[in-house]
Design a binder for this molecule. Structure first.
Ligand code: 5GP
Length: 199
């Protein structure tokens, strides 16, 4: 037995949408992993991107890694629920068919995308979606976390921090804001909110 919570026991009910929104480095991925471990019927929405895989990242698991040409073909076909271009021309997007298939099967879908993508998904799904904004404790702390992660060059960190300033101004526009200054407190809040949404 595990302590994972089963929310949709073959009820024929359509799944629901959970969106984690945060500036990168705010602890969003940690929360996403914990939610996936805690809720059995939650499926992670794997985005498509044109960026290179980082060490340890797997195609089809972390992202669908697409060439710019393939990404463009899918845009032309209208395959994306939303997509965006940022970080020096890299594109990221959510494939509509994969999400709909899960929802139709009664699985709920967890999104870990950046802010504008999250906003677009929230607009698309309305009440079906719970969008949680995770706020880092401070700008200084956020920079420290990004540096510690070691995934980005100094220049990339500067680019990310500029974007963060803008992103922070979006706090309060989603369904719930959780400040991640204490991981366990933030996790308890997020877990409760998701549990209530998925019931
Ligand atoms: P990273 O390169 O660090 O994996 O991701 C960079 C940013 O892209 C993160 O803020 C991440 O949430 C965002 N992102 C990932 N997938 C998607 C997506 O499908 N759509 C949008 N709009 N942003 C995404």
């Amino acid at each position: 037995m595990t302590d994972r919570t089963r929310q949709n026991p073959e009820s024929g009910k359509r799944g629901r949408v959970v969106i984690l929104v945060a500036p990168s480095g705010a602890g969003k991925s940690t929360m996403a992993k914990r939610l996936m471990a805690a809720f059995e019927d939650l499926r992670f929405s794997v985005s498509a991107t044109t960026r290179e895989p980082r060490d340890g990242e797997q195609d089809g698991v972390d992202y669908h890694f697409l060439s710019p040409e393939e990404f463009q073909r899918r845009i032309d076909r209208g395959a994306f629920l939303e997509w965006e271009e940022f970080y020096n021309g890299k594109r990221y997007g959510t494939l509509r068919s994969a999400v709909e298939a899960e929802l139709e099967q009664g699985h709920s879908v967890l999104f870990d995308v950046e802010i504008y993508g999250a906003w677009n998904i929230k607009q698309a799904y309305g009440e079906e979606a719970l969008a949680i904004f995770i706020e880092p404790p401070s700008r200084k702390e956020l920079r420290k976390r990004l540096e510690k992660r070691g995934a980005d060059s100094d220049e990339m960190i500067e680019t990310r921090m500029k974007r963060v300033d803008e992103e922070l101004s979006w706090a309060g526009r989603f369904d719930l804001t959780v400040i991640n200054d204490d991981l366990e407190t933030a996790w308890a809040e997020i877990r409760n909110a998701v549990e209530n949404h998925l019931i």
